[in-house]
Design a protein around this ligand. Structure first.
Ligand SMILES: Nc1nc2c(ncn2[C@@H]2O[C@H](COP(=O)(O)OP(=O)(O)OP(=O)(O)O)[C@@H](O)[C@H]2O)c(=O)[nH]1
Ligand SMILES: [Mg+2]
Length: 311
């Protein structure tokens, strides 16, 4: 590198800073992609739609850029107060971005590209007026017959005219570097806002509650996850131990017994996995205490939702 190049590189004018929102339907892989691009697990990921309920930030700092990713809840058509609020949170996340990356689960549409139009027309409409939009055709690793990806890309090209489309796999990392490179180049010039070792703006208490929710999602089936919420009741630091108490809210008595499991085995397993992950997150030993409380209708109650940072 010549001296001149070096000077240009270090010049504040070449530094880019911006907010990138990840948009898409529930389960498209937004949180997986954010974790992949940030290089750390910031957002929880489960196979179920509507895992993300809040606006989750992930921060990536490089030599010449700092990116704040906003992972938003999937835009959905389901009804109910919580869904209304999830959609609003998602749209607000989009409005505040310098660039939007739309994630599409391409495996869902391979072999049936007409479904694209049906499911994505709402999102495409809403994004038509945004200047900076990139499309990521995600989960290409899941499409065995690679010839089936082309019609999906063509369908996306029709729905999002003039936008660049990147085939990626957030899970394997395929195509993600190229997407990130292009995205950073589209950000405005500006200087970093956060220290270089900061990976999120979220409080660690919130991240702990999310980790507990993720483990419970993964250990329970059917409708339980949608009616499940976690609230941190206490968090106390002792010499070489952090004590955390978490309340798990469910909608019904029958859900309570499923979350606890036979002889407590579900709650025990989920709690142990959560504890280990929280220990890694805060680099301290953790004692985790959990209770399950039945609170019918919590997901329709504005003040309870607000206390969980939803809406
Ligand atoms: N095979 C494959 N699976 C993926 C890929 N990206 C995400 N997934 C899986 O898809 C599921 C949903 O991923 P999430 O990242 O939680 O999706 P999301 O868009 O954040 O979903 P919501 O928060 O519910 O809106 C998880 O089981 C992921 O492991 C991918 O590139 N390939
Ligand atoms: Mg998510």
């Amino acid at each position: 590198m010549t001296k001149k190049d070096k000077l240009t590189d270090n010049h504040p004018d070449s530094y880019r800073f911006g907010v990138i929102s990840l948009a898409g339907l529930p389960n498209a892989g937004k949180s997986t992609l954010m974790n992949r691009l940030v290089g750390e697990k910031v957002a929880i990921v489960t196979p179920r739609p509507q895992t993300t309920r809040n606006r989750i930030t992930g921060i990536l700092t490089g030599n010449d850029h700092q990116v704040v990713f906003l992972d938003t809840p999937g835009i959905n058509r389901a009804r109910g107060r919580m869904n209304e609020l999830l959609n609003r949170t998602a749209m607000e996340g989009l409005m505040s971005a310098d660039l939007i990356i739309v994630l599409v689960d391409s495996s869902r549409y391979s072999g049936r590209p007409s479904l694209l139009l049906k499911e994505l027309v709402l999102l495409a409409d809403r994004l038509a007026d945004f200047d900076s939009v990139l499309i990521a055709a995600n989960k290409v690793d899941k499409v065995r017959d690679k010839q089936l990806i082309l019609p999906v890309m063509q369908g996306l090209g029709d729905m999002f005219p003039g936008r660049q489309i990147f085939p990626v796999s957030a899970l394997s990392g395929e195509g993600c570097k190229l997407l990130l490179h292009r995205a950073i180049a589209m950000l405005p010039r500006g200087s970093a806002l956060y220290p270089e070792d900061q990976i999120s703006t979220l409080p660690v208490r919130f991240m702990a509650a999310e980790i507990i929710r993720e483990k419970l999602f993964l250990h329970t089936r059917q409708e339980i996850p949608y009616g499940l919420a976690v609230d941190i009741e206490y968090w106390t630091e002792e010499d070489n131990l952090t004590r955390i108490g978490a309340i798990i809210f469910v909608l019904k008595n029958s859900h309570k017994s499923m979350v606890i499991g036979k002889r407590g085995h579900v709650l025990k397993a989920a709690g142990m996995e959560a504890r280990q992950e929280i220990e890694a997150l805060i680099s301290r030993k953790v004692y985790l205490e959990t209770w399950v409380k039945v609170r019918p209708g919590w997901n329709e109650n504005r003040s309870i939702l607000a206390s969980m940072g939803i809406g």
